[in-house]
Design a binder for this molecule. Sequence first.
Ligand SMILES: NC(=O)c1ccc[n+]([C@@H]2O[C@H](COP(=O)([O-])OP(=O)(O)OC[C@H]3O[C@@H](n4cnc5c(N)ncnc54)[C@H](OP(=O)(O)O)[C@@H]3O)[C@@H](O)[C@H]2O)c1
Length: 319
Amino acid sequence: MTRPLGVALLGLGTVGSAVARAMGDREKRLAATAGRALRLVGACARDPGKPRDAGGVPVTADPFTLLDDPEVDVVVEVIGGMEPARDLQLAAFERGKHVVTANKELVAREWRQLHEAARLAKRELRFEAAVGAAIPVVAAARALGAVRPRVLSGLLNGTTTYICSRMEEGAAFDAALAEAQAKGYAEADPSADVDGWDPAYKLSILVSLLEGRWFPPDGVRRSSLRSLTLEQVAEAAARGSAVRYLAVADFGERATKARVGIEEVRASSLEGQATGPTNVVRLETDLAGTLTFVGPGAGGNATAAAILGDVIAIAQRGA
Ligand SMILES: NC(=O)c1ccc[n+]([C@@H]2O[C@H](COP(=O)([O-])OP(=O)(O)OC[C@H]3O[C@@H](n4cnc5c(N)ncnc54)[C@H](OP(=O)(O)O)[C@@H]3O)[C@@H](O)[C@H]2O)c1
């Protein structure tokens, strides 16, 4: 009988705990869709003593006890940020493990180094959860290799959509940001949201997949949402429009231009109607027309769904 596919979680916060819970409450479904059982070998967190809603998974503060464990086949990195996430992903490849991650910053910034490490190790690097959480936009971008993309535009950040929609209701920028933080939409450092880094990382990943080569996040022109005023929002509303913080890539004949910033959309559009963590991705192409993806772009459970989809894909390939 095939032994279960061993999974280790590096990080047991919002996303890691949701992955642990889902692995505990749908064992049969995961085994059926993966073609073999999945086993959560253990998890790593900064403070292993902290109370968490993550089932009975053993927790360590030392990631190397998991990286060195021969029972671990797949390392799920959900710590976030650059270090130690980067070193841990590279250490996982060196030890012959597959890596699944939700870490858009690291994937966008270290695209080449991580892909090269995976290639040398003959292991997979998967990151469906890094863009649009449960919406399979990474899979879609991979599947569209034959089409020429023309324009990609979308809402890739829930915090800024929330702020824009609350300002439509008259809330001031700072109050709306504080509410987004209280609701758990905002990144730990709000600058990642309101200064556009978070959607720039996601746009960089999608453009890199669609073009088949790395499009660095520093190549995305960013303008902050901080300059948005209630007057601008009201003027847009008077025109039947809504203000949203859009990520746009224009795939021109010569060079692709990518930007993140304040734009007007029709108030009745999917983008104009979105009020919180709903993400919208529209992709205009030559062969495939316009494709639109909508769904929850953040949240522990939605992100866990994408991570486990990647683990299942690795199991199906006979890892
Ligand atoms: N939250 C979302 O909705 C969402 C959606 C899509 C993608 N993501 C991405 O998913 C990743 C994780 O996000 P999150 O919201 O789950 O973050 P989080 O709640 O802050 O959790 C981070 C986890 O990493 C652990 N950790 C931090 N530093 C560590 C270290 N040096 N060694 C070992 N463990 C360490 C923390 O331990 P302690 O618990 O002991 O502090 C915590 O368990 C990020 O890359 C984020 O961008 C999140």
